[in-house]
Design a protein around this ligand. Structure first.
Ligand SMILES: Cc1cc2nc3c(=O)[nH]c(=O)nc-3n(C[C@H](O)[C@H](O)[C@H](O)COP(=O)(O)OP(=O)(O)OC[C@H]3O[C@@H](n4cnc5c(N)ncnc54)[C@H](O)[C@@H]3O)c2cc1C
Length: 327
């Protein structure tokens, strides 16, 4: 796993940024079959089937319309339109709730225009607002995903702006970044803070290839940072969203919650669609809030490559499927 992390992972993640490879992969039917394990479909109708199944097994959902690194305004607007269609489909389920909201959308600011020249951040903020307004009416939460570290300052600044009008907007912090412990302190509103209630924070390890100058790169150091950040979130008045499949992290949660007086509705577990389904069900059956992150859409390449980079077995499975198809 050490060699995989230090040698193969950077190469796989670099492939995730290659446009030519993306176009080739998206055309291969076999890729689509393997991708299906992580991405249940391309349309709102496909994803609503998954929502139905997950809700029937008492799991909560967060839906991501796939797309990132958008370079023109029209594509960013098309992304907003896709979210509006999704929120409309959510409204028909009549699941609005006052406390923990069962339905959530996850958005990436780079898909909403953040990287556009000149006014990118402002355009992304306006587009995010256009999603938050109908989400508020529909009783749907919005959480802003974290991308590579060059976008963190801009993303957190947009999140702070959004939270002025929509204090339920959440965001993602990545435990591998050295800055994240301080960001958790900022967003968690520690006991005695005068800055109001803490934010909903999804804490994950982080999925991008980052330099040692800004990020922990060793898996033990990342897990250690994760647990220290989670302790800050649990101690404050934030709503921590424990986004991890790692047994070491999941098994540490009950004691941390107990020590900080957190009941089951004061935090939630989150996992990705298609990963550790049995563990998701076990946690939900024990009465915990478990949210499943479900991506959909045609732009699955970047997301899929990050899943391959997380686990040697996924890559082996993918290569084997390709080889079998060639025979
Ligand atoms: C709900 C959610 C939202 C996320 N949002 C973001 C985000 O906005 N930005 C970001 O940078 N990252 C995001 N991530 C990804 C995250 O940063 C990690 O890359 C990913 O979750 C793997 O880390 P882990 O904590 O599961 O631990 P790991 O140490 O990677 O994995 C622990 C165990 O989980 C299982 N597992 C983990 N990954 C896989 C996989 N791909 N396939 C099969 N089994 C696997 C394996 O059993 C593995 O041994 C998100 C993750 C989740 C769960």
């Amino acid at each position: 796993m050490g060699v995989f992390r230090s040698v193969a992972r950077p190469v796989i993640l670099a492939a995730g940024r290659q446009d030519g490879l993306r176009r080739a992969a998206e055309r291969l039917p076999v890729t689509r079959e393997v991708v299906h394990r992580f991405v249940p479909g391309e349309s709102v109708a496909d994803v609503m089937d998954s929502v139905e199944q997950l809700r029937n097994s008492h799991r909560l959902v967060s839906i991501d319309y796939l797309g990132e690194d958008v370079t023109d305004r029209e594509t960013a607007e098309a992304t907003v339109a896709a979210y509006l269609q999704l929120i409309e489909a959510f409204s028909t389920r009549g699941e609005a709730a006052a406390g923990v909201r069962p339905l959530e959308v996850s958005i990436k600011l780079s898909a909403l225009g953040q990287a556009l020249p000149r006014d990118g951040e402002k355009i992304a903020l306006e587009n995010a607002r256009a999603i938050c307004e109908p989400a508020q009416r529909a009783g749907v939460w919005v959480t802003v995903d974290a991308e590579d570290h060059t976008t963190t300052d801009s993303t957190l600044s947009v999140v702070r702006e959004l939270r002025v009008d929509f204090d339920w907007v959440g965001t993602v912090l990545q435990a591998y970044l050295k800055r994240t412990h301080a960001d958790c302190q900022d967003f968690a509103a520690p006991p005695g803070a005068t800055s109001g209630r803490g934010a909903r924070i999804r804490l994950c390890k982080g999925a991008y290839e980052e330099p040692a100058s800004v990020a922990h790169r060793d898996s033990a150091a990342i897990t250690d940072s994760y647990l220290r950040c989670l302790t800050v979130l649990m101690a404050g008045s934030s709503y921590p969203m424990v986004a991890s499949h790692d047994p070491e992290i999941i098994s540490a949660v009950p004691a941390l919650a107990r020590e900080n007086g957190c009941g089951v509705d004061d935090f939630e577990y989150q996992m990705l669609y298609g990963i550790r389904d049995g563990e998701q069900r076990r946690l939900a059956d024990e009465g915990n809030n478990v949210r499943v992150y479900v991506p959909f859409g045609t732009q699955w390449y970047g997301y899929f490559v990050r899943r391959l980079a997380e686990r040697p077995a996924n890559l082996t499975f993918f290569l084997r499927a390709l080889a079998e198809r060639r025979r």
